[in-house]
Design a protein around this ligand. Structure first.
Ligand SMILES: Cc1cc2nc3c(=O)[nH]c(=O)nc-3n(C[C@H](O)[C@H](O)[C@H](O)COP(=O)(O)OP(=O)(O)OC[C@H]3O[C@@H](n4cnc5c(N)ncnc54)[C@H](O)[C@@H]3O)c2cc1C
Length: 434
């Protein structure tokens, strides 16, 4: 087999990139080891920038029937007698462009991306097929339906997630960081009064609740290392108790999960590559950076990578530069800084919810109150997590812990086309929006 762009991994990163390239008539093959879209939970929150990317691809309409729009996320703190100590609302509507996020089941998103890409002539999906090795930097060896095969390509993209083999073959080094907690996750029937996202914590642990389409809710419960074994032995009823202590409105709903096999363990890891490419080999999504899931950013960073790289590769083909891989520096220039900031922010969230005890909970509550009381900090935070723009927090933001800040005009910090695709401006070439 032969193609122009070979993508190893048909997760959200690989498929979003393939869709963009196929729409621009760049021949692309995706090699994916799973037969179908998979059924594991791997992130379901689409941030506003991701929705904007899908809209520009003309793909958002296809998702609408499967999405649950999310206008805000409530942050709550619960005391020892289950009393509510704090309740604030983080509101997406302050954002200049897309005023909301959305929830979509991960496997459904992948299924729809495949369906959309298959409608393009230049797209080919090879699955179930495992990438084994590189014969040369332009030829991949794969095992497809028990047969060894080779695929030659001009560009090879590693979208093969954590533990990426392409990253290893390219000799791309990375930093890795683990955490002192894990998560349990499962979905169940949603109580009707739960309409927006909820992040609920007491002095012991954290529970996230995010409504899904079809009147279901995704839940994520923080657990201590070693607790998984104990909870598994005790069975789902021990997990229900933690849920009900944090959110009594789940009574009668969470107990519908009766089998341990419905509950998935999630082990957070932070990985950050030192560089994104070597010659014609380039990595995106979790192959380049996995982030702590607390801020719901992993899937979004992956799709945002795909958008920038898709635009760059299409432009390289349109302008006769497809064999000059030094142009990949633009991808790294745009993405590295943004990803590292979001990864740090997700890490900070994780740290806020890691230590136990009443004193730490009080400290966390002070920080959350300050964030929401200062309009400026609230809006900064919403812009940063939305992916639409970036306003780094500065030391002087500490003053807002004591004084209410004014609302800043966010529009000036929203990424422009020039920020997203700077090579188009520098080289004086325009390309279509989809
Ligand atoms: C349990 C879990 C929970 C998560 N929760 C959240 C969350 O709440 N919010 C959030 O935003 N993100 C979350 N994430 C992160 C999010 O899932 C990832 O950031 C996102 O899926 C990255 O997409 P990707 O396409 O880069 O990688 P992946 O989704 O990992 O896709 C990689 C693909 O490559 C394929 N592949 C790998 N190796 C090979 C090979 N050798 N040959 C062929 N195919 C191969 C795999 O089968 C897979 O389909 C979570 C991840 C996990 C694992």
């Amino acid at each position: 087999m032969k193609t122009e762009v070979l993508i190893i991994g048909g997760g959200v990163a690989g498929l979003s990139l393939a869709l963009k390239l196929a729409r621009r008539s760049v021949p692309v093959i995706v090699v994916e080891r799973e037969e179908g879209a998979g059924h594991l939970y791997k992130g379901e929150l689409l941030q506003p920038k991701t929705l904007q990317i899908f809209e520009r691809l003309g793909f958002l309409d296809r998702l609408e029937a499967d999405m649950y729009p999310l206008e805000a996320v409530h942050t709550r703190e619960v005391g020892r007698r289950r009393e509510e100590l704090l309740h604030v609302r983080m509101d997406y509507s302050v954002l200049p462009e897309h005023a909301m996020a959305a929830m979509i089941p991960h496997d459904r998103l992948r299924e729809l991306l495949v369906k959309e890409a298959l409608a393009c002539e230049s797209f080919q999906l090879v699955r179930p097929a495992v990438f084994l090795d590189l014969e040369t930097s332009h030829t991949a060896r794969i095992k497809y339906r028990d047969e060894l095969q080779s695929i030659s390509a001009n560009i090879i993209v590693g979208a093969d997630g954590r533990g990426s083999r392409i990253r290893k073959k390219a000799g791309i080094t990375f930093d890795i960081q683990s955490y002192n907690h894990d998560f349990l996750t499962f979905s169940f029937a949603c109580p009707p009064e739960l309409k927006e996202g909820e992040m609920i914590a007491d002095e012991e642990r954290f529970l996230g609740l995010f409504p899904l389409p079809g009147e279901r809710v995704r839940s994520v419960l923080q657990i201590r290392p070693g607790e998984y074994k104990q909870l598994k032995q005790a069975g789902p009823s021990a997990v229900h108790e933690h849920y009900l202590r944090l959110e009594p409105r789940l009574d009668g709903y969470v107990q519908t999960v009766t089998e341990w096999k419905e509950i998935q363990l999630m082990v957070p890891v932070r990985e950050t590559v030192h560089r994104y490419y070597r010659s014609n080999l380039i990595v995106i999504g979790d192959a380049a950076h996995s982030v702590h899931p607390m801020a719901g950013e992993g899937m979004n960073l992956a799709i945002q990578d795909a958008d920038i790289l898709g635009e760059l590769i299409s432009w390289m083909y349109q302008s006769g530069k497809s064999r000059d891989y030094t142009w990949f520096h633009w991808f790294e220039d745009v993405r590295k800084k943004r990803v590292e900031y979001i990864s740090w922010l997700s890490h900070l969230f994780a740290k806020m919810y890691s230590p136990k005890g009443r004193a730490w909970q009080r400290l966390r509550m002070t920080a959350i109150r300050s964030l929401v009381n200062s309009r400026s900090l609230h809006d900064k935070q919403m812009l940063n997590i939305s992916g639409l723009g970036l306003v780094p927090f500065r030391a002087k933001d500490g003053f807002h812990l004591f004084f209410r800040g004014k609302r800043k005009v966010l529009q000036q910090h929203v990424f422009t086309t020039k920020d997203d695709y700077p090579w188009q401006v520098t080289c004086g070439v325009n390309s279509d929006d989809n």
